[in-house]
Design a binder for this molecule. Structure first.
Ligand code: AMP
Length: 355
């Protein structure tokens, strides 16, 4: 039996009734609503202003009802209404960013997953401590510019792949670097990037066992070829700068990938360690998370980031993926979330998966 991560009072609004699943109308909301509806839940779309029109084009993913707020930051002001409707919030990658980590951690509505993960994922140094303790290989980090001995990537806190990131081929290229805020300098890893979509169920007692529950792999996205596809970025950056364009890592879409089957044990080992360490540190992650890293030509997987909620790359697999098809046919991450909540309800174990 996993540990309870929600208090009795937090759960009171969903006890003894069929909850509805709510999320913010963006990111992976189509998939979350579609999955919830497939599992028989009613759905509630949280939107800013008028309901987004694009849902009219996707009848199987359109939420049953909408609840509108003037700005996302005002979401906490409708918490009482959400509780009165028996809502469970399913947070996605943009949710916490838009609502704000502080407001999200204090939001007085049941949320799928363990909010305690926030303190460990939002600060890059704490995230590194978590992964280090788990024994997961990561790109080297340089505390001192003088120690830089190869290509590096400079990341400002909170830049999220945006305008603050840049690459430097060597220490000399950093000579004019004048930081404008808190940052980290990481080894620039040459290889192939993989974004692996895992799901940890503390309720399950079969399958690939980790901690008290089990680990599933539901999909994977992005494809590049080691190591030339990554190397071009170092040169491309200079060409862009010559043209007066600042390079960014802003994500505009996703492509599906599969991993060499012989590398799957490595993927599960890394993800399993991350889950086990999360149990020791803060009672455990619950539900979807993404392990983001680079497979080098020596076939070492170096993790540069973990996302501890559903990531947008899972949108590729609304009707299943080459991995989730081997767990259950037509299984998306959104649907898997709804299944976990349904099981929690049926077994009286919502306190282990909501917070
Ligand atoms: P992050 O904000 O840490 O998710 O990084 C954004 C993007 O930068 C990633 O999707 C990768 O394309 C790239 N990236 C991050 N860290 C590294 C690294 N250490 N080596 C090479 N590329 C990286």
């Amino acid at each position: 039996m996993a540990v309870a991560i929600a208090s009795e009072s937090r759960l009171s609004s969903v006890q003894g009734r069929r909850p509805s699943l709510a999320t913010l109308c963006s990111h992976s909301s189509l998939q979350i609503f579609h999955g919830a509806r497939t599992e028989g839940f009613s759905t509630l779309g949280l939107c800013v202003g008028a309901p987004p029109r694009f849902y009219d084009a996707f009848p199987l993913a359109r939420p049953d009802r909408f609840l509108s707020v003037p700005t996302v930051r005002e979401l906490p002001s409708v918490a009482a209404q959400l509780r009165s409707e028996g809502a469970i919030i399913v947070p996605h990658g943009s949710f916490v960013e838009y609502v704000g980590p502080q407001a999200f951690s204090e939001l007085d509505v049941p949320v799928f997953g363990n909010r305690a993960v926030l303190g460990w994922e939002s600060d890059r140094r704490k995230e590194r401590e978590w992964l280090d303790r788990a024994g997961v290989p990561m790109p080297a980090a340089y505390e001192d510019l003088a120690d830089v001995d190869g290509p590096v990537i400079v990341k400002y806190y909170g830049a999220k792949g945006g305008k603050g990131f840049f690459l430097a081929k060597n220490r000399e290229a950093l000579a004019d670097f004048r930081p404008t805020g808190p940052y980290v300098i990481q080894e620039y890893v040459l290889g192939t990037r993989y974004y692996m979509h895992f799901f940890y169920s503390p309720l399950s007692d079969r399958g690939y066992r980790v901690g008290h529950g089990s680990l599933e792999l539901l999909g994977m996205d992005r494809r590049d070829e080691a190591n030339i596809d990554e190397l071009y970025k170092l040169g491309a950056q200079e060409e862009l700068l010559k043209a007066g364009i600042r390079p960014t890592f802003v994500v505009t879409g996703n492509v599906p990938v599969v991993l060499r089957e012989s590398l799957l044990p490595k993927a599960f080992d890394v993800a399993g360690r991350i889950v086990e360490q999360s149990i020791d540190l803060f009672g455990g992650m619950v539900g979807p998370f993404c392990v983001e890293g680079i497979m080098t030509e020596e076939l070492e997987f170096k993790v540069f980031e973990i996302s501890t909620r559903i990531v947008a790359g899972t949108n590729l697999f609304i009707s299943g993926s080459p991995y989730s098809d081997l767990v259950a046919p037509g299984l998306s991450t959104g649907r898997r979330i709804a299944q976990e909540i349904r099981r929690g309800e049926a077994e009286g174990r919502l306190a282990e998966i909501l917070s």
